[in-house]
Design a protein around this ligand. Structure first.
Ligand code: CTP
Ligand code: CA
Length: 239
């Protein structure tokens, strides 16, 4: 709650946050990517720092205007990353010293099998549209859970295109079980809502699949509600 936050309820807690969206190169000038702005993850990093945490923020292709929220905060160390492979290795290294891991980044599920070493040119393909062969990326979150450090609290995010609240929670519970995380923040996305928006509407599920927080508001308000749930997990582990 607000009073606990003001007392610095995450003082000295080391928190790893990933944010933004990974990009997979096709050739030297093109990539496969997604629409994540990084705003929600940056808001989590800023909120955690405001509550006293020492934050490492792995920023996947986030605009400097979005990173401005944490750029001058000495409690947030920003490490830029590009591809899923880069996020994978930096996340595993940074997770070693972290009490809390929050995977807000939108990770590309697939990468291009053979990255062209020169620009793909139309005149080389004689009018035929090229076909991109893809390979599946490793699931970073699943491997962080597998290599969990002590009683580290690990949090995932899931943005789902759904028809109803029930479908959102049902998909969320399945994903939570599949990933083995302590908490999963789920929200509905579509062509308009979710990504570039300033507001977010999120449910936080715990390991039992119970909704422990439901918050619609600014991305900072969503971040603080999520961190309240993280604080509860830490209290439980330490009791
Ligand atoms: N994630 C990850 N590594 C991946 C894919 C996803 O670490 N290769 C993480 C995301 O950072 C997020 C969580 O897993 O915290 C859920 O991501 P999501 O894309 O919803 O899960 P997927 O297992 O990829 O399922 P889907 O097929 O719905 O995309
Ligand atoms: Ca995915």
């Amino acid at each position: 709650d607000a009073a606990a936050r003001d007392r610095g309820d995450l003082a000295g807690v080391r928190v790893l946050v990933t944010a933004g969206g990974t990009r997979e190169p096709i050739d030297p000038v093109r990539y496969l990517g997604n629409r994540s702005s990084g705003k929600q993850g940056v808001a989590v990093a800023a909120a955690a720092a405001a509550r006293g945490a020492e934050v490492v923020l792995l920023a996947a292709n986030i605009d400097t205007s979005v990173l401005a929220e944490v750029a001058s905060d000495p409690a947030v160390r920003v490490v830029p990353v590009g591809t899923t492979a880069e996020l994978d290795s930096t996340a595993h290294a940074a997770a070693k010293g972290a009490r809390v891991v929050i995977m807000a980044a939108a990770v590309a599920d697939y990468r291009v099998a053979d990255i062209a070493d020169h620009k793909i040119r139309k005149e080389d393909s004689a009018g035929d549209a090229p076909t991109l062969a893809l390979v599946e990326n490793p699931d970073i979150l699943v491997s962080l859970v597998r290599e969990r450090q002590g009683d580290q609290v690990i949090v995932g995010f899931a943005a789902e295109t759904v028809e109803s609240e029930d479908e959102l929670l049902e998909r969320g519970r399945r994903k939570l079980a599949r990933k083995g995380v302590d908490l999963l923040a789920v929200n509905a996305v579509g062509w308009k809502e979710g990504f570039e928006a300033e507001e977010n509407d999120v449910r936080v599920l715990d390991m039992d699949g119970d909704v422990v927080a439901a918050v619609a508001g600014s991305k900072r308000e969503v971040a603080d509600a999520l961190l309240d749930a993280v604080r509860d997990e830490l209290d439980f582990a330490e009791s």
